[in-house]
Design a protein. Structure first.
Ligand code: ZN
Ligand code: ZN
Length: 373
């Protein structure tokens, strides 16, 4: 067929094709975790507990005088500022993969040539009001001013102990320009209200590639079982999640807040082909939320206990894990120092070596082996 006669036929075919593709896309059912009013978990139909349950929890806690004060002080060390700053500037080839615990779910992670902060909270309280609500028991391991230039901020969800207004505003104003904020669906608009626009918003399993100086670092939002909301009228309206971050020198996983669910076996399966033994194996480090688990009747659908945290460590195929989300803010009935005690028992029960699932002192830096390549 000569070109002149073939062209109209092609155009007609493409004209037929285009609308049908469009219609197909529009007809595709939305992902099952998308709901008209917001989002849901994969494996339970979650409803935040109501006021009556909250009152029962608080009445019981008050009767039993919970949480008890910690028996031992939360471990803290002075940060190794010289190492952190030098490492921050080392560039991707010379950078030593390392994590520094700032407290609660806030971790400075240095790998892939990037300085990454998880759920930055530097404020004294995690509450809608600055003068009430859970107060910091231990000073932040690094002050905002002591941070190196942050490239990427990962936000897991919008609860106050993970998304802190003052901290994200301060980071957006850091010298040298704002970091890239990577957030679950719905949080971009909240940041835009604060004139923070350097934001990438992800759905579960969507990824964003950060172009580091050499090589690329891929950030994937993963499902976990939790919920969201900062007030009474926005429950489940923005998404929550964990993050898998793949850099040539480190595979990193961060649970955010989560209950135990099959999502973690799904995560292992999803990434299995890039984590075969020949390719360096599973996650080099997993940051797993350890605290905020008592009483179980109230917390088990939204927060793991240490036994379940160890199961997540096994499920996601982490070479080593660190327990975070404890020791900083008194949120629930267990003592601030209880999570590592329960973790030790859980490790023994599942025959996990002490070094494979550890806790850190606030301010401490752990250097991590580079991923073989
Ligand atoms: Zn939460
Ligand atoms: Zn939390």
């Amino acid at each position: 067929m000569p070109v002149t006669t073939r062209l109209p036929a092609l155009l007609m075919a493409s004209a037929l094709l285009a609308p049908s593709l469009h219609v197909n896309a529009a007809d595709a059912p939305p992902p099952s975790h998308h709901r008209p009013s917001g989002y849901q978990n994969n494996y339970i139909e979650f409803q935040p507990r109501g006021l009556l349950d909250l009152l029962k929890w608080k009445r019981d806690a008050s009767r039993d005088d919970l949480p008890k004060p910690p028996r031992t002080p939360i471990p803290t060390v002075a940060p190794d500022a010289a190492f952190i700053q030098a490492n921050a500037r080392a560039g991707v080839m010379a950078m030593q993969p390392a994590i520094t615990w700032i407290g609660h779910a806030t971790m400075l992670a240095q790998f892939g040539g990037l300085n990454i902060l998880t759920d930055p909270v530097f404020s004294e309280r995690v509450s809608p009001l600055s003068f009430v609500g859970p107060k910091r028991a231990v000073a932040a391991g690094l002050t905002l001013g002591a941070l190196p230039h942050i490239d990427v901020v990962l936000i897991s969800h919008n609860h106050y102990d993970h998304l802190d207004d003052a901290s994200v505003r301060a980071l957006a104003r850091q010298p040298g320009g704002p970091p890239l904020f990577i957030v679950p669906l719905g949080i971009k608009a909240w940041l835009a209200e604060r004139d923070i626009t350097n934001v990438v918003e992800l759905d579960w399993w969507q990824s964003h590639t950060v172009a580091a100086s050499v090589g690329a670092v891929e950030v994937v939002l993963t499902p976990v079982q939790h919920w969201s909301g900062r007030g009474l009228n926005d429950r489940l309206k923005t998404l929550w999640g964990g993050y898998a971050v793949f850099a040539p020198d480190l595979h990193f996983f961060f649970t955010g807040d989560t209950a135990y669910s099959k999502d973690f076996k799904d995560i292992r399966e999803r990434f299995a082909s890039r984590q075969t033994p020949e390719k360096g194996g599973g996650f080099d480090i997993a940051l797993i939320a350890l605290g905020a688990y008592e009483p179980r009747w109230f917390m088990s659908a939204q927060h793991v206990n240490p036994a379940e945290a160890v199961q997540i460590h096994l499920d996601v195929n982490a070479k080593r894990s660190v327990g975070i989300h404890w020791g900083t803010f008194e949120l629930t009935d267990e003592s601030l120092d209880q999570p590592p005690i329960d973790l030790a028992e859980a490790r023994r029960a599942k025959a996990v070596a002490d070094a494979d699932f550890f806790v850190m002192a606030v301010g401490e830096t752990r250097k991590l082996p580079k991923r073989p390549r």
